[in-house]
Design a protein around this ligand. Structure first.
Ligand SMILES: C[S@@+](CC[C@H](N)C(=O)[O-])C[C@H]1O[C@@H](n2cnc3c(N)ncnc32)[C@H](O)[C@@H]1O
Length: 295
């Protein structure tokens, strides 16, 4: 009999599989809701120093994706400063994401006074190009939302983007909290999941540790969020399988993981360190951290 051995491979090696599981994650979690609450309630106050009576402000979005969150930030700033011209530059290496971003801009009314420029490159390519041209634009607000996992050198990336801030400007980083289920899952199981150099298992705890040693001034805010993972515990559930793929960043985890690893992770995910039980449902701790770094 011919035995087919399937090995575990990173979710990032299959873009459409990644997109399907990411969309399910968004549907089952309060990821975007908690960011929007932060953008509406806290952000304007935290970045009130960036405009300071200016007629124009420059915003740089690093890893802006399809622009869903970016446009919410811009709308919020526009409502605060209706007369100010906003130059919004986006660094994004993925062409599909840039196209979606442009379509979203085209479909959105009320974006007058905002000028968009897209740079199809990684943050490192952008950094090298800017350093070579010696034309260091200065930015009033830079944000990196759920993107620092994808850079090779997180401290150097933060230092570079901090160095191109104007006086009074701010750098915002949002990523999973060191107290979230993600950080615990990666700490315990990272070495047994498929290695890849595309994605680092980092959380706000790693960024804060780096910032504490760098002398940069910052404040952190927790954004409570959760994800309904109940389907992960129903054998054969397609939704559960895709959510497990997202949680473990592995393609077809249920079918390719060694049985002992699968059983351990599935059992752990029910525990209070990872998830809260409400009735017969389990909610994974998806808490995010917003780290605001000063000029
Ligand atoms: C999880 S998405 C977040 C998108 C958006 N910021 C949001 O929160 O909705 C991460 C984005 O970072 C982009 N990205 C990946 N590697 C990058 C890099 N080295 N430099 C800049 N962006 C990167 C990806 O293409 C993707 O669009």
């Amino acid at each position: 009999m011919l035995a087919i051995i399937m090995t575990m491979r990173s979710l990032f090696s299959d873009h459409s599989h990644y997109v399907a599981s990411f969309q399910l994650f968004l549907k089952n979690s309060t990821e975007h809701q908690c960011m929007l609450e932060f953008i509406h309630k806290k952000l304007p106050h935290l970045i009130s120093s960036i405009s300071n009576g200016k007629a124009e402000i420059n915003i740089l979005s690093v890893g802006g994706g399809s622009g869903e969150i970016d446009l919410r930030i811009l709308a919020r700033l526009q409502s605060e400063y209706p007369e100010v011209i906003i130059h919004n530059d986006v660094i994004e290496p993925n062409a599909e994401q840039i196209n979606s971003y442009k379509e979203r801009v085209a479909k959105t009314s009320d974006l007058k006074n905002i000028k968009f420029t897209w740079h199809k490159e990684t943050s490192l390519e952008y950094e090298c190009r800017i350093m070579a041209s010696k034309e260091m634009g200065k930015w009033n607000f830079i944000h990196m939302i759920q993107m620092l996992y994808y850079v090779k050198d997180m401290p150097a990336t933060i230092r570079f983007f901090h160095s191109i801030l104007e006086p009074g400007a701010k750098l915002l980083i949002i990523l999973v909290s060191g107290r979230s289920g993600w950080a615990k899952l990666w700490r315990k199981y990272g070495p047994r999941l498929p290695l890849n150099d595309l994605c680092l298992y980092i959380s706000s705890a790693d960024v804060e540790e780096m910032l504490d040693g760098s002398g940069l001034k910052y404040q952190s805010y927790e954004l409570p969020s959760d994800m309904d993972i109940t389907d992960c515990f129903t054998e054969g559930s397609k939704t559960g399988e895709l959510l497990l793929d997202f949680l473990t960043e592995t393609c077809n985890f249920s079918k390719t993981a060694p049985l002992d690893l699968k059983n351990e992770i599935v059992e752990d995910l029910k525990k209070p360190e990872y998830s809260e039980r409400r009735g017969d449902k389990y909610f994974f701790n998806n808490t995010l951290s917003a780290i605001m770094i000063e000029y």
